[in-house]
Design a binder for this molecule. Structure first.
Ligand code: SF4
Length: 200
């Protein structure tokens, strides 16, 4: 069992590294998106409705470090919403349906913890590549909205390779220091429902 309170002090030591990495991801995304002339806004098929799983302890801790600064009442209401979303997603999955529940951090179209959002929330939407250690170079397309608006536009896919590698390096180092070996596979709703309690 992984207890978050055991990790928060340890995470303070590497928090700046995660922030720096995420800042560089945001900049690279902006540059690549601008190259296609793509602006992510006003989309009906909001990606905050997509069930994404997150797999790193450092994303969990970073999200929680922002969550911890919210007022207690706000935390309580978000955690209630996170529990409801988690239950709705589990029900859809049990029925074999694709979950379509809004992330509990999306309020009025805005992310309450935008500065602390996980990696995929930062990188989703535009074409990308990465070099897989075994499969070689892999290409990933943009989202539907990107195709609608910029599918024929010229531009350069965002290369995620260095970001993935650096993320893996920080994660590995943090896990070694924390003595954590358990795998993580959680939605944002599950991470928030677990905040302050246990991770697995
Ligand atoms: S964390 Fe923020 S950006 Fe990511 S899905 Fe939730 S509301 Fe959207």
């Amino acid at each position: 069992m992984i207890v978050f309170s055991d990790l928060s002090a340890l995470f303070c030591d590497i928090r700046h590294e995660v922030k720096d990495l995420f800042d560089r991801m945001d900049q690279a995304y902006e540059t690549a998106a601008a190259g296609y002339g793509f602006v992510c806004s006003g989309c009906a098929d909001n990606c905050c409705l997509t069930r994404f799983y997150h797999h790193t302890l450092i994303e969990f801790c970073y999200l929680h470090s922002g969550f911890a600064d919210l007022a207690p009442e706000r935390q309580a209401s978000i955690r209630d919403e996170a529990a409801a979303v988690t239950a709705a997603v589990a029900k859809d999955e049990a029925l074999g349906r694709m979950p379509h529940a809004m992330c509990p951090l999306n309020t009025g179209g805005r992310c309450v913890l935008y500065a602390y959002r996980p990696m995929i929330c930062r990188l989703h939407g535009i074409p990308h590549t990465f070099v897989h250690p075994i499969q070689g170079k892999i290409f990933g397309p943009g989202c539907h909205e990107f195709d609608n608006r910029c599918g024929t536009a010229g531009g350069h896919p965002l290369d995620r390779t260095l970001f993935y590698r650096e993320m893996a390096r920080i994660e590995q180092r943090f896990r070694q220091r924390a003595g954590v070996t358990e795998k993580i596979k959680k939605t944002v709703a599950q991470m928030l429902a677990a905040a302050g309690e246990r991770l697995s």
